[in-house]
Design a protein around this ligand. Sequence first.
Ligand code: ATP
Length: 365
Amino acid sequence: MTETAQKPAIDIRGVSRIYGSGPYQVAALKGVFVTIKQNEFFTLLGPSGCGKTTLLRLIAGFDFPTSGEILLNGEDIAPLPPFKRPVNTVFQSYALFPHMTVAQNIGFGLEMLGKPKSEVKSRVDEMLALVHMEAMRDRAVSQISGGQQQRVALARALAPKPKVLLLDEPLSALDYKLRKEMQIELKRVQAETGITFIFVTHDQEEALTMSDRIAVMSSGEIRQVGSPWDIYDRPTERFVADFIGETNFLAAEVVSVSGDRARVRLSSGAKIPATFPDGTTPSGKVTVVIRPEHAQVTSPSSTALSGVIHDIVYLGTDTHFHIRLQDGTSFTVRQQNSRSGPCGFSKNDPVSIALSDDVAQILRD
Ligand code: ATP
């Protein structure tokens, strides 16, 4: 392994960005620390206004931190203007030149860098092949579809061989089907080029599908960093659990802790095992989360939870059962419709809820 390969691609160290002053002051980023590995598909995920674009702009050099450092391959990039950083950006709006052809758009940046014509041509050919656009090289970009324009924007950004590619909600202008296709395409291109991708989205499904790791952001802070599995199945706090998919929150009390597992008592009196965030030792009253697909509705029996169905929503592939538990808490169960025909339960039926193994996670807060 080379020395560069051992260093993080991007190391964000205590970065803050404060806009304005006095009563108009906005803390877009509040002392963010995050390390992005070489060759990683890393996603910044969070609601509108949480600071995702600000962080991307600081890495690109379009803006500067109020405090903190950004290292690229171990070097502080503060002194480098945007065009000297080995970083390129794909914007939501594509920002292609409409009067130029596909090939001219892809080669533009290389020509600006003064690369010899033969090198520009071979690199453009390589990029056209990478994004499967060889047949359209001489088309004007105004004559190709939105998905094809997105491929050209990607090829253009990759042509100068950046070490890091920043992607700011690049798929949000595409319709659902095309977005799904482009998600697979982006993953493939990232794997084939080995370039570190930092992808910004507010779409949790997109983040889960594409990323090696995800940083969930809220109000200028990173709340949790982890693999899609960590983020979805082991959320550490309420914001993350709530933002990523649907979930059930239950009040519980810790009975015992042994190694990396706790036993908690639910309000029904049932005791179930629960995991908890690394570096914490849960005690006393806690909140546990259980995903709706990790529970099953059964006829009344001695399972962990029981209640009454107050709504049933049929969604084709799944059925959602909204259940009022004995203590008044709402609990949703999502069951796959593995057989055709009615689900066998009706509104107001008393039911029990069976939990799959190892599905409860204790939150930090
Ligand atoms: P979106 O998904 O809507 O693009 P975001 O997560 O990318 O949102 P940012 O654009 O990074 O959010 O903005 C973070 C916060 O900083 C917001 O409250 C925003 O209003 C504020 N902000 C961003 N740029 C400026 C600026 N130039 N001047 C003042 N406030 C700004």
